[in-house]
Write a protein that binds this ligand. Structure first.
Ligand code: PLP
Length: 392
């Protein structure tokens, strides 16, 4: 059975052209780019090309691109770089809906003596900008606000916040891991100091990420070691993956226009079908300001995990909005920050599409969802109570 893969915010299929581009660098050209001999040294040229392609995707200068091992490393590097560059500044501003790569790091930093301000969001997942502005202080070392949320797809006003941070002389970092390759990302226009990307979110390989660092931004390496990445990130380059990432970045740039419009059309089709045909269903996050591929919906009185299991039996891959905390399934911090009602937060599902998603696949999911939710609700004691209440 071929899976209908609608979990592309978790990871994406590596594009066949990317695999093809990478393959010789495992078997034929396996040298170390730092070597003096031609066999290894020639790989430097391929890394230069990849760096140019990644820079082009976000309108950066190639010198501003640092290759890392993943989005998480890029986020950590950015935040630690600011804290080390401004040791007297002990305050961080971030949001309540960041990915664990930023959230858990900031929670850890809070335990080690940093002050962290957590910017709230409203029911549509929109940032409370006034809260953010009110908390900017003279000792704020860094503001980290994601470009787009991984669960709801809601896009934040990064440009606005970055300009406000720049006026106050505060370093601004954005986790653009979910935005890269899905919506236009322009570092010049948005005026960000640092930005994170991850290869496996836009049809590149896993285990390779990017940190953009604007020229003139004070920086300190996270991985201290060799001279790689101009001394900004030690460690032998993951050559094949960097080459694959470059290829994926070039392809993503081409697909930003009409292809992402097609994906948006499919997402909207699925959304409309679900909301029209399944009662007591809520959309999570702003309808307008969202990634084109992401749909987060909550079905009242059912468990997200049960939905996932039934979808899985049908060969449909999606994600739930719950995380296993201390052995119990709790709605994610993102859904809690949005204030999704308790009856619905446990039944949240994220569908995330990609360039490989077809209309036929979406039609299968549209057909399967209403009977699947109905079946689960007939088994739910809460749903029965709700139904009898509404008859009264
Ligand atoms: N930031 C966001 C918004 C993400 O969605 C993810 C991965 O899901 C990450 C960071 C972490 O990226 P990586 O898996 O490359 O470490």
């Amino acid at each position: 059975m071929k899976a209908i893969y609608l979990d592309n915010n978790a990871t994406t299929r590596v594009a066949p052209a990317v695999v093809e581009e990478m393959t010789p660098y495992f078997s034929e050209y396996y040298g170390n780019p730092s070597s003096m001999h031609t066999f290894g040294g020639m790989l430097g040229k391929k890394i230069v090309e990849a760096r140019e392609k990644v820079a082009d995707l976000i309108n950066a200068d190639p010198d501003e691109i640092i290759f890392t091992s993943c989005g998480t490393e890029s986020d950590s590097t950015a935040i630690y770089a600011a804290l080390q560059s401004y040791p007297k500044k002990r305050h961080i501003i971030t949001t309540r809906v960041e990915h664990p790569a930023v959230k858990n790091l900031c929670e850890h930093l809070a335990k080690t003596g940093y002050r962290v301000s957590w910017v709230p969001v409203d029911r549509e997942g929109r940032l409370d900008i006034d809260y953010l502005y009110d908390h900017m202080a003279d000792d704020t070392a860094i503001i980290s606000v994601m470009w787009a949320n991984n669960e709801t797809g809601v896009i934040f006003p990064v440009e606005q916040v970055a300009h406000a941070a720049a006026e106050r002389g505060i370093v601004f970092h954005t986790d653009a891991v979910q935005a890269g390759g899905k919506v236009p990302v322009d570092v010049r226009k948005s005026n960000v100091s640092m930005l994170s990307l991850s290869g496996h979110k836009f049809h590149g390989p896993k285990g390779v990420g990017v940190l953009y660092v604007k020229k003139g931004t004070k920086f300190a390496p996270f991985l201290i070691g060799g001279h790689q990445e101009k001394g900004r990130r030690g460690g032998t380059e993951n050559v094949a993956s960097i080459i694959g990432l470059g290829k994926a970045a070039g392809m993503a740039k081409k697909e930003l226009g009409s292809e992402m419009d097609r994906v948006r059309g499919l997402r909207d089709r699925l959304e409309a079908h679900i909301l029209e045909n399944i009662p007591n269903t809520l959309l999570n996050g702003s309808r307008e300001n969202r990634l084109p591929n992401t749909l987060s919906v909550s079905f009242e009185y059912v468990e997200g995990e049960s939905i996932l299991l039934m979808l899985d039996q049908l060969g449909i891959c999606a994600s739930s909005g719950s995380a296993c905390t201390s052995g119990t399934l709790e709605p994610s911090h993102v859904l809690r920050a949005l204030g999704v009602p308790f009856t619905a937060a446990h039944g949240s599902i994220r569908f995330s599409l990609s360039t490989y998603t077809t209309r036929e696949e979406i039609d299968v999911v549209c057909e399967q969802m209403p009977p699947l939710i109905e079946r689960l609700r007939t088994m739910s004691p809460f749903w029965k109570k709700e139904a009898s209440c509404s008859i009264l």
